[in-house]
Design a protein. Structure first.
Length: 337
């Protein structure tokens, strides 16, 4: 739960807006505290995690440094919260970045299996929503229009967990309001990169595989859209059925053909070099990453502007050919639903 909270107002310096720093913590009542906790935390649904980094020494990352100081000594909470707000104010270089309230919170972690992990939350609200105040006026009611922070979706936020400090902490990040500047929160302010864990390896393996099947495979081998659909379906089924990923098992079971396997291996190596990542060939499969990536593995064959065929199963139930009328697909089925 939140044990400390402070609110600063951060404008956009490019637009000559000011930075207003609080000199003391905000002390909400129990009802307000529960409402704020729910508002701040409900947007963090993904298991995807990040870590701070620096182009030189990790301690030179301002947010990493401030979080480290707070975790070591909570009496520095207000001072370091001001440093965080000043850093956010200083990095605004885009006039479209919106001003907003910056909430910095300290969360006392619950003890699980004898271990308690505290965390620091940094949340920024930018969009203001209209709302109506209705109040008595004599024998009737009057309505007053106002603007405030809506509680449905947090604009920007990060939660820094007091774990894996040596590699840049474990950090959850969201940005639901990019304001035309996709680098402002992730790169310029936090300077984070994705953590090298099971989620990352599951996500990246599926990403590079999909890119290979949809782009590279048709260039090297005689492949129909139905063949591509089968490859995509088999890969997702593999990841859903297995708990552990093994590269050799995956390629032999899904790709099968030695020439295709060799092509994929080369494609994966080129991808890793270009993206400057290293994707493991043996890792525990993360269900959350599979679920997220599978949304993009829709096996659809689009035929001109007339038809779309959704392929979910056996490739042998689809035949492709041509006659005097043109190209065609023949579909076999047992029952109509």
């Amino acid at each position: 739960m939140i044990s400390k909270i402070i609110i600063h107002k951060v404008g956009n310096k490019i637009n000559q807006e000011s930075l207003v720093l609080s000199q003391e913590e905000y002390r909400p009542d129990e009802g307000m505290l529960e409402m704020l906790e729910d508002f701040f935390l409900k947007s963090f649904k993904s298991e995807e995690q990040f870590q701070f980094y620096s182009d030189s020494y990790l301690v030179n990352n301002p947010i990493y440094s401030a979080a480290s100081e707070i975790f070591e000594d909570q009496s520095k909470f207000i001072f370091e919260s001001e440093n965080i707000a000043e850093h956010l104010y200083s990095i605004a270089e885009n006039p479209r970045v919106q001003a907003g309230e910056l909430f910095i919170c300290y969360f006392e972690g619950e003890e699980i299996a004898g271990e308690k992990i505290d965390s620091i939350g940094i949340f920024k609200t930018e969009n203001k929503a209209p709302f109506l105040n209705i109040f008595p006026d004599g024998d009737a009611f009057d309505i007053e229009k106002n603007y405030g922070i809506g509680l449905t979706k947090l604009d920007k936020g990060c939660i820094i967990y007091n774990s894996f400090k040596e590699s840049g902490f474990a950090v959850s990040v969201i940005d639901n309001n990019k304001n035309g500047d996709q680098y402002y929160w992730f790169e310029d302010f936090l300077k984070v990169k994705q953590r090298d864990n099971e989620y990352f390896h599951t996500q990246e393996t599926l990403s590079v595989y999909k890119e290979f099947i949809t782009k590279q495979l048709p260039q090297e081998f005689e492949t129909t859209k139905a063949d591509q659909a089968e490859f995509l379906n088999k890969s997702i089924e593999f990841f859903k059925e297995k708990e552990q990923f093994d590269y050799d098992e995956f390629t032999k079971e899904v790709l099968q053909d030695e020439n295709v396997i060799e092509s994929f291996s080369n494609f994966k190596s080129d991808y890793e070099q270009e993206m400057q990542v290293s994707i493991s060939e043996d890792f525990a499969i993360n269900e959350s990453a599979v679920k997220k990536q599978s949304r993009g593995f829709k096996s659809i064959i689009k035929l001109d502007k007339n038809f779309s065929i959704y392929v979910h199963g056996d490739r042998k139930m689809i035949e492709q050919g041509s006659d005097e009328k043109g190209k065609y697909y023949r579909l076999y089925f047992d029952e109509e639903k």
